[in-house]
Write a protein that binds this ligand. Sequence first.
Ligand SMILES: NC(=O)c1ccc[n+]([C@@H]2O[C@H](COP(=O)([O-])OP(=O)(O)OC[C@H]3O[C@@H](n4cnc5c(N)ncnc54)[C@H](O)[C@@H]3O)[C@@H](O)[C@H]2O)c1
Length: 331
Amino acid sequence: MLNVALLGYGRIGQMHAENLFNHSKFNLLYVYDKNYKLALKSKNKFKNKVITNYKIALNDKKVDIIFIASPTPTHIKFIEESVFFNKIVFCEKPLDLNISKVKACIKKLSKKNPKIQLGFNRRYDPGHFQLKKDLKKKKIGILQKIIITSRDPAPPPINYLKESGGLFKDMMIHDFDLCRFYLENDEIIELSATASSFTNFYKKIKDHELASVTMKSRKGVICVITNSRQSSYGYDQRVELFGSKGMLISGNQNTNQTEIYNSSSTSSKKPYLNFFIERYKDAYKNQLNDLAKFAKKNIKPRSVFLDGYKALELAENANSSFKLKKVIKTS
Ligand SMILES: NC(=O)c1ccc[n+]([C@@H]2O[C@H](COP(=O)([O-])OP(=O)(O)OC[C@H]3O[C@@H](n4cnc5c(N)ncnc54)[C@H](O)[C@@H]3O)[C@@H](O)[C@H]2O)c1
């Protein structure tokens, strides 16, 4: 069994705690959250220890993995400390909001050969991953276009939004990463971004309600990403790969597969699965399977620290493109 210390017991931390607890390869040993009362709630459910200082976990030789699910600005500090204590690290996306901090971290850790998996869960979605396998098998010939639609059913809590770092770094980071996942050794060379808000709230916190980015790769693949923080019909998650010999689609998932036909409508389907915890349920489990293989057999996971850095770089460029109203050359 791999002993895990979970840092952060909020929205995603609670889900990870449950998945770790139910996984045969992991033992959820410690939970740490700045909000001790909240962390205490894990104890009855998962029989873990709740600690008031995360250094207890770092100093405990029994702990194999530090699992970081705390707010983004804490990630780099926790990664660096964990690596210096020779722990394997899982870290939620994004790595940080400040790319200079990430660059400095790469330098600091370069001699340690750290084992860090990054929480880009889309790579682990069975549908999105199947597209990659089909693409590799040349089922659509040569890849020409990647089109990703990602719309949240509702915005996250206000306090989260204020600290999130903005749509490009917090939300679209998944889609930047997914484009890179399909492009493999091809790379993005130019990027253009636009964004908009229909409510004053987003303007007040200097963020956007919706945004689109168009990117071009060295080989000429066009990537189109479109995001919204709110979607009246639910969590909209679609990926389309268009190639010289066809198209691949990984579509939305409904709560069940039945359809209603009556006098007022035809082919009316059930609502989409609510949000990321439901829609990417399998992805989060596959991600943990990868973490277990990484820790036990040193098999490289689908998403690592460098992917976090590269996606953050694209998000930075998207912010610049929006501000400067111009196409940015990214390499
Ligand atoms: N991969 C995904 O699908 C996904 C989805 C949601 C969030 N996330 C990422 O996960 C991270 C957490 O997001 P969330 O939605 O769970 O946020 P959240 O605000 O719900 O939870 C964060 C928790 O961390 C605690 N915390 C604050 N400072 C801390 C510290 N210094 N040490 C330990 N705990 C601390 C807070 O008390 C809170 O309970 C963010 O980086 C976010 O981008 C990833």
